[in-house]
Design a protein around this ligand. Sequence first.
Ligand SMILES: [Ca+2]
Ligand SMILES: [Ca+2]
Ligand SMILES: [Ca+2]
Ligand SMILES: [Ca+2]
Length: 430
Amino acid sequence: MFLFTSNNYQSFRKFHFFQTKKVMIKHIAICLLLSIVSAQIPTKLSELTIKDPGFTSLASNFFKNQQKNAVLLTTFGVTGLDSIYQISFQNNNLSKPQATAFDTKSIWPNQADYYQQYQLIVEAGGFFPNPSKATGDINLYQVNDDGQITSKIKVSKDKKDFFYHKAILVDLNGDGLPDILAARAQKSVLSSSGELIWLENKGNFQFEEHLLTNGPDVFFIFVDLDNDGKQEVVAAQYFSKELAIYTCQKSNWSLCNPTTIQKTLIDNTVGSLFNLELTDLNGDGKKELLVTNNSASGNGQVFIYEVPDNYNTGKFIKYPIGSTYKPSLALLPGRGAPGTASSFSLSGTKYKYIIVSGDDAGVVRLLIPQDGSFNYKEVIVCESKDNNTIGEVAHGDFNKDGFVDLMIPFYAEGKVEIWSFKKQQQEVSQ
Ligand SMILES: [Ca+2]
Ligand SMILES: [Ca+2]
Ligand SMILES: [Ca+2]
Ligand SMILES: [Ca+2]
């Protein structure tokens, strides 16, 4: 039997404290070890020389017959015609990339996304710095089972000086035919404006334009923010500097127009918004907004917003994460940083990693999650010469080997680099 006297109680407490401390130290050591072991960083495998590479995206099962992926790449310049490429890998070997241009007469393409269920690429383009390229358009490219482009179909009607950065294929009226939901903007010295439109698919690639609302100008997502079964538009507004939600008051978005769409402001304090996605970053079952702004003055950053249960009445809690970004040559018009931030899961990790393109800051950073509370360790993946422009980084398992890969467009250097997380489980310096 063991009786506590005052003395042995003290020594028990000391002993207990000592044991607890030892356990804690051991626990911290294990945690540290786990966090070092589980931190994964990519390494470079290959590169391709391509002039002015801007935006990249994974095209899943682009080669349907072979069940192989491609990466789509758009180029742009202030003058001249622009191109769109598909990049594939010989025998799924990332060290053997090959690029094929399927359009060399594009006009400032800002996006090329592949929809495997329709075997269509959606391209959106145009931009104001060159007046002859300011009136943009939306094109569809049909892709056959061998990954060859069989036709290019212009589906938008020109509206003078309006250009497109984002268009998605979605069946808005539920008739089984994919329609197009797009944002467009115009920018002049005196004014700017944005419009959200949808192009109704009438069949045989005939489309009819409808205005949904004013406001969204550059990037947006079409998501169910509050899990009520109905989609909302969340817009990262560049020119009007607002992060905002648009809700359709009717049963169906195809029935909505400017009088039946309601706007809810999330934030108008971070300047020009650039890019956004809705995803569960910390694995708690609730989705967050991952957002970037784009600034010339050095306060560009990545932000996470927690989404309240009721987005009309609740508060969006904002977490600025990682370093700020400052563009090189910041005095030139149109310069800004960062570009896009996007998240992905790596095998064996609970929390999502985030890859950030610095855009005109000329750097790509990886944000490695440290916990479920939006704390990240930041690693520089690569920097371009003179910190000049890097475009939009594509991520995904390009060669289907189970490891996430990256395509990094070095716009100013005229090359793209292919990186992979394969076999790169290694220590990250503290
Ligand atoms: Ca439809
Ligand atoms: Ca909803
Ligand atoms: Ca979450
Ligand atoms: Ca891979």
